[in-house]
Design a protein around this ligand. Structure first.
Ligand code: FES
Length: 498
């Protein structure tokens, strides 16, 4: 029989003593135990965000065993080599956007609308008769211990056990959010869900593997109503469940829901709709139809793989002024740099000519505040991410035969769009400076679209707009590649900081 070790795990006020196999990393052990750890790189040892505090004997990735005495270490790099103690930080203070709308009253009972983001999950409880939102709750996606982006989740879902673990994690998280919002979940008669195509596959227990390889074809595009009892046993016996329709493997139900709730799909004017995260998903069009695409922006906007990066949470620098004064979320000393702070910092350093238009920085790193700094590699990461988004915008415009002057509004969706300073996004060239006066944030448009999908009218509108939404695959597009190379430079900041 395999020898196991006793590991006492503390997170916040909770303590558990569990048996751990020396064959599993601490990250895998904690994940198996249902204890959430930030792990944006999925355990590859590159994101530096899975730290725990260890006491006892542990073996590192190089095979060296030694005694740890209350030291911080990456949980994906260590295996237990004896009995020990592990303290897991609470991700308290993570910013989760859960802004709600009221919807047309229709039906009876309660409705639960859920936005499953790759990073966060938000749930909204509705009185279906009045259409009033009774409450909202949001938290980090429980699947984040399996990686911060959709690619690492796809990799973990390759085996039936991995797929089941991810499926169960999100379903039990939704169940818990519903319980938090409603003391009597048996009154919930309708559940609507919006997520990107991979998140909807994982929720449905379908393998997203085919989305990870060309031609990136999903098993399902969803958009149909079914019995909720196939997914949950805690809602009304006749409860129905609807997953918002996807357009393609990387343009999912979160985008169609956003196009609906933002009014873009019923507007005459041309809208450029952008949801920026590890993927930049976007659509250009109006009530007559849209052309959509997705670009792999990488994790920089989420603050991952940035030397001092973190999600938007207390202690993170979220804004940097042109005089290089930093704003820290929650006040106090700066501990990290989140995506919006990163964009601001690069914009401010461009303004002060500390970074040149090629992205070269005079020194190896620039200290922003206390121990938080920006490295040359961080600037490079942001450069790749912003070029991907900008090249997607340019490609959509060219494919649609449109110009900046034709665009009536630019809508930024999601948490990142809400915290982002638009001026800085234009100064680094992620968005065209010419569109600065037409950009606005629409908050959690996927959650609001999921809420509208609680109504029959909303579901019909979603089906109609999805049928009129085309898709441009960028991974093999020479036009996108040319635009990408062109978008690498930081040569537009003077158009913004006049
Ligand atoms: S460094 Fe451990 S999960 Fe990324």
């Amino acid at each position: 029989m395999e020898q196991t070790h006793r590991i006492t795990v503390t997170q916040g006020t909770e303590t558990h003593t569990l048996r751990a196999s020396p064959a599993r990393t601490l990250l895998e052990f904690l994940r198996d135990a249902g204890i959430a750890v930030q792990a944006p790189c999925g355990g590859n040892g590159t994101c530096n965000q899975c730290s725990v505090v260890c006491t006892g004997l542990f073996c590192d990735a190089g095979g060296q065993t030694r005694e740890y005495r209350g030291e911080k270490a990456l949980s994906c790099r260590l295996r237990p080599a004896g009995d020990g103690e592990v303290t897991v930080p609470l991700s308290a203070g993570d910013r989760v956007l859960a802004d709600a709308i009221d919807i047309p009253g229709e039906g009876t009972g309660l409705g639960l609308a859920v936005d499953i983001g790759t990073t966060t999950v938000a749930a909204y409880l509705y009185d279906l008769a009045t259409g009033r939102c009774l409450g909202a709750a949001g938290e980090m996606n429980a699947q984040r211990s399996w990686g911060g982006d959709v690619i690492s989740r796809i990799q973990h879902a390759r085996t039936p056990e991995g797929l089941a673990a991810l499926r169960d994690a999100i379903r039990s998280q939704i169940r818990e959010l519903a319980r938090r919002l409603s003391p009597d979940t048996a009154k919930i008669t309708y559940v609507s869900i919006a997520g990107n195509t991979v998140m909807e596959h994982l929720f449905a227990g379908l393998s997203p593997e085919s989305i990870g390889v060309a031609p990136f074809a999903p098993l399902s595009l969803f958009g149909r109503e079914e019995a909720a009892s196939g997914y949950f046993d805690c809602f009304a016996p006749d409860c129905r469940l609807y997953l918002c329709p996807a357009v393609a493997g990387y343009v999912g139900g979160d985008i169609t829901a956003g196009l609906l709730s933002s009014g873009a799909s019923s507007s005459d004017g041309l809208t450029l709709f952008i949801d920026v995260g590890t993927n930049g998903e976007m659509a250009l069009g109006n009530r007559d139809g849209f052309l959509s695409c997705a670009t792999a922006a990488g994790p920089a906007f989420e603050g991952a793989e940035i030397a001092c990066g973190s999600p938007a949470r207390d202690g993170a620098i979220s804004a940097v002024e042109t005089d290089l004064k930093c704003t820290v979320l929650g006040g106090g000393a700066a501990k990290s740099l989140c995506g919006s702070g990163l964009i601001d910092a690069v914009a401010a350093l461009l303004y002060n000519e500390i970074i040149d238009e090629t992205g070269r920085m005079d020194a190896e790193k620039y200290t922003l505040s206390g121990e938080v700094y920006l490295s040359g590699k961080d600037v490079r990461q942001l450069q790749l991410a912003k070029a991907a988004v900008r090249a997607g915008i340019e490609t959509l415009l060219e494919r649609s035969g449109k110009e900046y002057g034709d665009i009536a509004q630019v809508l930024l969706a999601g948490g990142f769009g809400a915290f982002l300073r638009l001026q800085s996004a234009c100064a680094i060239g992620m968005l065209p400076p010419a569109l600065l006066d037409r950009v606005r944030s629409v908050g959690n448009s996927a959650g609001k679209g999921a809420a509208l999908a609680l109504t029959e009218q909303g579901r019909r509108a979603l089906a109609e707009l999805t049928a009129k939404c085309g898709y441009e695959e960028l991974s093999s597009s020479p036009l996108f590649n040319d635009n990408y190379i062109e978008a690498m430079l930081f040569d537009e900041w003077e158009e913004v900081f006049v």
